[in-house]
Ligand binder design. Structure first.
Ligand SMILES: O=C1O[C@H](COP(=O)(O)O)[C@@H](O)[C@H](O)[C@H]1O
Length: 257
């Protein structure tokens, strides 16, 4: 697993625009090298603001959206179209505005599918398994980039501190009793997150600063789930100044004045 690098931007707005630019560059680079690319989306404030920033820039047209597989790191177990679903946020902010291939948009199913949360998690795991290639050496594709928001409690995806999902070795699990509503969710687990080539944790705001400091330390993954958010080739913590305010100065690289 890779050692995290930290990049600090002036504020949440600059952060969202900078992450948007990074995503476009990464997808264009991967598509020119391999033909198609994959991305894992997140919900949350900076995650959705980043998608809106991609939609707002003409540079988005450099990406071949039809040759992109779109996955989610977690989903709130709510019916399709519910405003609180991460999928709904992503569609409104970006996916409805670009020419994606609907067959390559891999949503986590909600209760309106007739599945239980457990069955939905199993169905997503099966979809991941079908997409994995021999070179991935496991049941999950080596995603080109995984975007993860982080909560003030250091949760990533729907992996909340101390919850059983953090001990699970399956790639996708149902989460019950999440401390942040809604209580029922579907989430990739840490082994699935760690099979990603690149993991980018995005966070803004002073209330995230303690969690950021712990996520960059040797804290245990069960107490601090974000400390397990690491990519195989690269891990980035993309932060605004407020979220970076508690990390040792030598770790932070300011990239916007
Ligand atoms: O509930 C969730 O929260 C996190 C972080 O959200 P934020 O609003 O504090 O940025 C998000 O990453 C996750 O995907 C989502 O389901």
């Amino acid at each position: 697993m890779s050692v995290p690098s930290v990049v600090v931007h002036r504020d949440a707005d600059v952060l969202a625009n900078a992450v948007a630019a990074r995503i476009i560059t990464r997808l264009v680079d991967v598509q020119s090298a391999k033909g198609s690319a994959s991305i894992v989306l997140t919900g949350g404030t900076v995650g959705i603001a980043t998608l809106a920033a991609i939609a707002a820039t003409p540079a988005r047209d450099a990406v071949d959206w039809r040759r992109l597989d779109i996955w989610w790191g977690d989903e709130r177990f709510l019916p399709s179209g519910d405003k609180e679903r991460n999928e709904t946020g992503a569609r409104e902010a970006l996916l409805d505005h670009v020419d994606v291939n609907p067959e390559r948009v891999h949503v986590m199913l909600g209760p309106d599918s007739g599945l239980t949360a457990e069955e939905s998690a199993e169905s997503y795991a099966a979809e991941l398994r079908r997409a994995a290639r021999p070179e991935d050496h496991g049941p999950v594709p080596g995603f080109d980039v995984m975007l993860l928001g982080m909560g003030p409690d250091s949760h990533v995806a729907s992996l909340f501190p101390g919850m059983p999902a953090l001990y699970d070795t399956r790639p996708v699990v149902a989460v019950h009793g999440a401390p942040k509503p809604p209580p029922t969710r579907i989430s990739l687990t840490l082994p699935a997150i760690q099979s990603s080539r690149e993991v980018w944790v995005v966070a803004a705001g002073e209330e995230k600063s303690g969690a950021v400091r712990l996520a960059l330390s040797d804290s245990g993954h069960v107490q601090v789930p974000a400390s397990g958010a690491r990519g195989r080739a690269r891990t980035l913590f993309l932060l605004d100044r407020a979220a970076a305010s508690k990390i040792p100065p030598e770790l932070g690289r300011i990239s916007s004045p």
